[in-house]
Ligand binder design. Structure first.
Ligand SMILES: O=C(O)c1cccc(C(=O)CC[C@H]2O[C@@H](n3cnc4c(=O)[nH]cnc43)[C@H](O)[C@@H]2O)c1
Length: 250
């Protein structure tokens, strides 16, 4: 099986790469470059897909389409990187694996709703949540020690206690926020390919405080997580009848 791992920036991609032995093979696509590693019988293509949901979706869709045109489609897409963690559930350095990948600010401000916001789904179009394969989420969480819960995708990094409280009130299961997961998941869904989102918490969600960031620790946690994740992915059976997916042939 081929696995596409989409990070936002090269530093995150390289943190994932450190979980694999040996140098990567480089493959240049029209709008992206893949770094390929092999581990536990699987092929991992690492992609620095860009910051934010739109660029992440465009880059991921490009890589997915290139793979289909080459006759070697991906069996799984993983959105990975650092994230803000909601206190007290997701402390600095912890890992969060999404059982729901939710676009937190895709909707409309309106007085029609008690909290002043309606998601696009309630306006009659689109989707705001993607759900990774539950059996795979459980196996990956057990292997990595990650917490499981909702990971929010935002276009604006939360910078106040008020916004953090509002997000948690609207999404009580949210453990983390980042900026790419929903875009990566939309691209994967367009290709009917299952998706995971794995995040290492680098900062608390709340008032902006750059001194509180622990990006190095989070990148180290990401490397360690991928070292443990690869055997779990090898054991995963995408054709398990409990998994509500119809992925491409492996
Ligand atoms: O300037 C700031 O105050 C600030 C605070 C936190 C993160 C940033 C970034 O530019 C990082 C964006 C990048 O990293 C992911 N990320 C990490 N922490 C968060 C967060 O608290 N909220 C949203 N995204 C976060 C994100 O996926 C991007 O790839 C700046």
């Amino acid at each position: 099986m081929r696995v596409l791992v989409a990070t936002a920036v090269p530093a995150e991609r390289d943190a994932v790469a450190r979980a694999f032995a040996g140098p990567a093979a480089e493959l240049r696509l029209p709008a992206a470059t893949l770094h390929t590693h092999r581990a536990s019988g699987l092929e991992y293509d690492l992609l620095a897909a860009g910051v934010g949901p739109a660029l992440a979706a465009a880059s991921t869709a490009g890589a997915l389409t290139a793979a289909v045109l080459a006759g070697r489609p991906y069996g799984l897409v993983v959105s990975a990187g650092i994230a803000g963690g909601f206190a007290p559930g997701a402390p600095l350095g912890s890992l969060v694996l999404a059982d729901e990948i939710t676009a937190a600010d895709l909707g409309a401000e309106t007085a029609e709703s008690p909290d002043g916001f309606l998601p696009v789904t309630e306006l009659g179009f689109g989707t705001v949540t993607h759900r990774p394969p539950p059996v795979l989420v459980r196996a990956a969480a057990t292997a990595t020690g990650a917490l499981t819960g909702t990971v929010l995708t935002v276009s604006t990094v939360t910078g106040s206690a008020g916004r953090a409280t509002a997000l948690r009130a609207r999404h009580p299961r949210a453990l983390a926020e980042a900026m790419e997961g929903f875009g990566v998941a939309e691209a994967a869904a367009a290709h009917t390919t299952p998706v995971l989102e794995l995040r290492a918490v680098s900062n608390p969600v709340g008032p902006r405080d750059r001194a509180a960031w622990r990006i190095g620790d989070a990148l180290t946690a990401l490397t360690e997580a991928f070292g443990k994740l690869t055997p779990a992915l090898e054991s995963w059976n995408p054709y398990d009848p409990q998994e509500p997916y119809e992925p491409h042939e492996p």
